[in-house]
Design a binder for this molecule. Structure first.
Ligand code: ZN
Ligand code: ZN
Length: 177
């Protein structure tokens, strides 16, 4: 369902940030993992469209039409066409040099830009490792990733986003020198 948030207490399952009272939110009903009945997972609209594209598309037609929803529906379709894209969960500099890239299997050097992945399992998102920014195009089969990076990592500055975009465009040959 899509409906205005009745309070400001629910946290978004996609990004873990609060959903403001009155803001439109996307709710996905699931069997209650802890007992009887059902529970609802709430998402900000962009988080739902990016991370749960199939259920988002099922309900987006029930909400009043808007340019924002049109754009989000397009983003959800993009995530279905590129099946790994919904796993993308922002970008960050590697805090250690110990994680292996899930695309090329090489180590990601400390300080390099990496893209965290999440997997939706058992009604929640579990951390699923990282890919080098330079491996993103090979892994996601598209380079159109910046909107999602910006959305899930709002703390990044324009200069950071520029570096990440350049690393994605450069591809795997340019990294880890
Ligand atoms: Zn969110
Ligand atoms: Zn890699």
């Amino acid at each position: 369902m899509i409906e205005p948030a009745s309070s400001g207490r629910a946290k978004c399952r996609g990004c873990d940030r609060a959903i403001a009272k009155g803001e439109l939110r996307f709710g996905e009903r699931q069997p209650n993992a802890f007992g009887e009945g059902e529970m609802t997972l709430w998402f900000h609209l962009p988080c739902g469209a990016y991370s749960r594209p199939e259920p988002f598309l099922e309900v987006q037609g029930t909400a009043p039409e808007s340019a924002e929803l049109e754009g989000l529906a397009a983003a959800a379709r993009f995530g279905i066409e590129h099946r790994r894209v919904p796993r993308l969960h922002g970008a960050e500099r590697a805090t250690s040099g110990r994680a292996h890239c899930r695309s090329c299997r090489e180590l990601i050097g400390k300080g390099e830009w990496r893209l965290p992945l999440v997997f939706f399992e058992d009604y929640r998102f579990n951390p699923g490792g990282y890919v080098h920014a330079g491996c993103a195009r090979a892994y996601f089969e598209t380079a159109e990733l910046l909107d999602r990076v910006r959305h899930f990592s709002p703390e990044l500055r324009d200069a950071d986003l520029g570096e990440i975009a350049a690393a994605i465009a450069a591809g795997p040959a340019a990294q880890a020198q």
